[in-house]
Design a protein around this ligand. Structure first.
Ligand SMILES: [Zn+2]
Length: 265
């Protein structure tokens, strides 16, 4: 389905679309890779955890992605269209379609630009370098999916929040980490160029779920034994913002400092 036909499936209160590829291109020219996002990372970082958009809006064919849930209640990972939630206790459940989301993003892995078997990689930092060196598309978001065997995986999740405490404070004080040991499973995530910071997380952001689908979370580190890496360049970036009168609407997400920085003053 061309991306423009997908819009009628969604009923956002406020809709903002970024086409990194030109919208005047005919559907046959539009690239396949699309990043579809609810909310923004800068709002989440500021403590806007109110879920306002249903998870069902992310149901794309062959969707892979990540995010979180209303009140920051757990980590989301999406593997081939299947949605999972990893709670702060480390339990994995399948959320309902009407689960509300403050921030999440998915990409369709329909035509990977890069697919390759890989051997040992000792850390997430090594993995990030490897992915970027192979794809060499630093100006585009990348969807990254790695399925294989790990000698260790370290993840985290966070508890639901009652107050708009900044995300960095929640992570510093309340995150629970899980040393999962040797696992078979899947990493799903995105590389986002720094110029997209604010909308999404600059750099490589990964979530993990194991093969039995009973452990996972936001990825802190890992060591890979072997597996298959698939990467899709995303040239079509669509974002839906939370509606009017939501916490997103009521929060100052444009501090003078940030404006100054962008303006280069
Ligand atoms: Zn995460």
């Amino acid at each position: 389905m061309p991306p423009l036909q997908r819009h009628h499936l969604l009923r956002p209160a406020f809709f903002l679309t970024f086409f990194l590829s030109a919208v005047c291109l005919s559907p046959s020219v539009l690239a396949e890779g699309r990043l579809f996002q609810l909310g923004t990372l800068s709002a989440l970082s500021a403590g806007v955890y109110q879920g306002t958009l249903p998870m069902s809006g992310l149901r794309l064919p062959h969707a892979y992605g990540l995010g979180t849930f209303d009140r920051l209640d757990g980590e989301m990972i999406v593997v081939d269209g299947a949605f999972y939630r990893v709670s702060v206790e480390g339990q994995v459940t399948r959320p309902q379609d009407d689960a509300l989301v403050p921030f999440a993003c998915v990409g369709s892995l329909d035509r990977p630009d890069f697919a390759k078997k890989t051997g040992q990689l000792k850390s997430k930092a090594d993995f990030d370098r490897y992915v970027l060196s192979k794809t060499r598309k630093p100006n585009y978001p990348l969807l990254i999916v790695f399925q294989g065997r790990f000698s260790s995986v370290r993840t985290r999740s966070v508890p639901p929040q009652k107050k708009p405490i900044p995300l960095a404070e929640v992570v510093a004080r309340q995150q629970k980490t899980f040393d999962l040991g040797a696992q078979e499973g899947t990493l799903v995530g995105f590389y986002c160029p720094p110029y997209l910071g604010g909308l999404n997380a600059p750099g490589v952001h990964l979530h993990f779920i194991n093969e039995p689908r009973d452990a996972g979370g936001h990825v802190l580190d890992f060591a890979i034994q072997e597996g298959t890496l698939r990467v899709q360049v995303l040239t079509d970036f669509q974002t839906i913002l939370p509606g009017l009168k939501s916490d997103f609407d009521k929060t100052d997400l444009n501090p003078p400092q940030a404006v100054k920085k962008v303006a280069g003053e």
